[in-house]
Design a protein around this ligand. Structure first.
Ligand SMILES: Nc1ncnc2c1ncn2[C@@H]1O[C@H](COP(=O)(O)OP(=O)(O)O)[C@@H](O)[C@H]1O
Ligand SMILES: [Mg+2]
Length: 279
């Protein structure tokens, strides 16, 4: 049994996990493909990963991982006040990579049952026992996605090189900036090697970023992976596509380790305490 299979009281390092929300200005730009592959790539880092399908109307995570949704977040709703992390673990689906999944409701009309208190509670309970909770979200800024973005520690904003994608990504980024979330956003340029009027290397500057993750355009690999429900990082690990996702996973883990090492700024109380103990 690997560490990722065990259900313990805490994430592997005993700290609250990190909420990573993958979002995009529109559908069809590769969010789901990114989420499942990034999540599976992270399981290889000996950390505990849970994937939450936050596209509560039309989520594809179960399909993309070839999982049978025995339970979904809709089942959690009915018991939300009494829910604790042990009860919640009974609603998670196990994937053979070690990943756990909380699936979206089986019908779009059930999405309205997922109220803000449910999202809050579910995320907090998951973060208390997993190192990373990766969320796939509905495109654009519907209320559910906005709440997830607000709660996120890190946001991966996926775009392609298409003019409409870039225009809408820019609008979405402007809104998120006004809301004060700009600092936690990383840009992911998907299908970066595709032929296009706009070059991938120009996109970060256009969107106001210094850097970005570049994911190659490999339609056959990605669509086959989504269709058969096997992430390409599992069976095409040597491809440039998989390597790009492994690199992203590496960066996320390293970044977290570095921020854990940084000394926290002294709190007011700590400063007072230091002054009194010197006196
Ligand atoms: N890196 C990529 N290269 C080529 N095609 C891709 C890539 N990423 C996604 N696609 C294709 O884009 C389509 C939409 O992907 P999906 O992950 O379902 O998007 P979303 O979740 O944003 O709606 C799929 O047909 C998929 O094969
Ligand atoms: Mg999707």
């Amino acid at each position: 049994m690997t560490q990722a299979h065990k259900l313990t009281d805490e994430s592997s390092n005993g700290k609250r996990g990190e909420l990573i929300v993958v979002c995009g200005a529109k559908g069809g730009i590769g969010k789901t493909a990114m989420v499942v592959n990034l999540a599976v790539a992270l399981t290889k880092k000996n950390v505990k990963i849970c994937l939450l399908d936050g596209d509560f109307q039309f989520g594809d995570i179960a399909l993309a991982l070839d999982l049978h949704s025995t339970f979904t977040i809709k089942d959690v709703v009915e018991d939300i006040d009494a829910m604790d992390r042990y009860a919640l673990s009974g609603f998670l689906i196990h994937h053979n990579s070690g990943l756990k999944v909380l699936a979206c409701p089986e019908r779009p009309e059930y999405a309205d049952l997922i109220k803000p208190n449910v999202i809050d509670r579910v995320c907090d309970l998951l973060l208390s026992q997993f190192d990373y909770v990766i969320v796939d979200s509905a495109g654009g800024l519907p209320e559910h996605t906005l709440q997830l973005i607000e709660k996120a520690d890190q946001i991966l904003m996926v775009t392609t090189l298409e003019m409409t994608a870039i225009k809408n990504t820019k609008l979405m980024l402007d809104t998120l900036q006004v809301l004060g979330y700009r600092d936690k956003i990383h840009l992911v340029i998907n299908r970066a090697t595709m032929e296009s009027v706009i070059k991938a290397s120009e996109v970060p500057e256009i969107l106001g970023f210094e850097t970005a993750f570049f994911i190659p355009n490999e339609f056959h690999l990605v669509s086959q992976s989504l269709n058969i429900g096997i992430p390409f990082v599992s069976n095409q690990g040597k491809s440039d596509l998989a390597k790009a996702v492994f690199k992203m996973a590496e960066m996320l883990v390293t970044r977290r380790e570095i921020s854990a090492l940084k000394p926290k700024p002294n709190s007011f109380i700590q400063q007072i305490f230091r002054k009194t103990s010197k006196a």
